[in-house]
Ligand binder design. Structure first.
Ligand code: DQA
Length: 159
């Protein structure tokens, strides 16, 4: 029996397999949904949604996806979901940075690199913020550059 080949379908599948655009997942942890309102003296006045628009405009060649959760297990679920297919994860784990072995284990399990970021310079702040439970599992750490920390992490993944 003769089968019809749909050329457009083949092209579509080929494009999907080749993922022309680099794919980066930004993940923000607890209380980072309040950026712009939360302690503006430390974290600035801009909401993350605003900043994300700017960031995406700066990298039209990169697919930048965004996820935020206040729940530790949901951060892990998202990392497991993307961490075997995406080109990298930019993770600001918020206060879970300083406590979560579960996040560390998750990062170790993934295929893609994870960059740890912080808006503030955690080393200039309280002692308990000097310790990160996740740095040892991450490719690198960027902190203290305000929202720019996220852009520097994208640069690091592109390099
Ligand atoms: C933070 C620093 C953490 O210590 C804090 O708990 C946050 C934000 C930062 O981006 O500077 O929630 O990760």
């Amino acid at each position: 029996m003769r089968k019809n080949i749909h050329f457009s379908n083949i092209l579509f599948t080929f494009a999907e397999i080749n993922h022309k655009k680099m794919r980066i997942q930004i993940i923000n942890g607890p209380n980072l949904n309040l950026l712009g309102k939360r302690e503006p003296g430390i974290y600035g006045q801009q909401s993350f949604e605003d900043y994300l628009q700017q960031l995406r405009a700066q990298y039209p060649d990169v697919q930048i996806d965004y996820y935020q959760s206040n729940v530790e297990g949901e951060l892990i679920n998202k990392m497991q979901e993307v961490g075997f297919d995406y080109d990298g994860i930019v993770l600001n784990a918020g206060a879970y940075t300083h406590t979560s072995i579960a996040l560390q284990d998750c990062i170790r399990s993934l295929k893609c690199p994870v960059i740890e970021v912080h808006i503030s310079n955690v080393h200039q702040r309280e002692e308990f913020r000097h310790k990160s439970m996740i740095s040892c599992a991450c490719k690198g750490v960027i902190c203290g550059f305000g929202m720019n920390s996220y852009r520097l992490a994208v640069e690091a993944l592109k390099a």
